[in-house]
Design a binder for this molecule. Structure first.
Ligand SMILES: [Zn+2]
Length: 89
């Protein structure tokens, strides 16, 4: 078994989706496993990340991981200022 590898390429959502789009991130993901290559388009808008194959596509996790690691554009969920896990009823 060969682990699939991913190549991520950022695209311009305004060019791809038009000026009125709410998509702020658009990534093309090339997933390569053995001899097969599959392409994904992963979007980010105010509802969150999703792939053309659905939110649970593994390309989504891959893009999120890379984006989180490389920029401050997307704040880490922990520092969003929201009180999390308020206990007590
Ligand atoms: Zn996908």
């Amino acid at each position: 078994m060969v682990e699939p590898s991913y190549v991520l390429e950022p695209l311009n959502p305004w060019l791809m989706c038009g000026p009125d789009t709410t998509v702020t991130e658009l990534w093309k993901v090339r997933e390569r496993r053995e001899k097969e290559i599959q392409f994904h388009l992963v979007y980010f808008d105010r509802y969150g990340w999703y792939c053309e194959h659905g939110r649970n596509c593994k390309a989504v996790a891959e893009v999120r991981r890379v984006v989180r690691g490389m920029s401050t554009k997307v704040p880490a969920p922990k520092s969003s200022g929201k009180t999390r896990g308020r206990r007590g009823k």
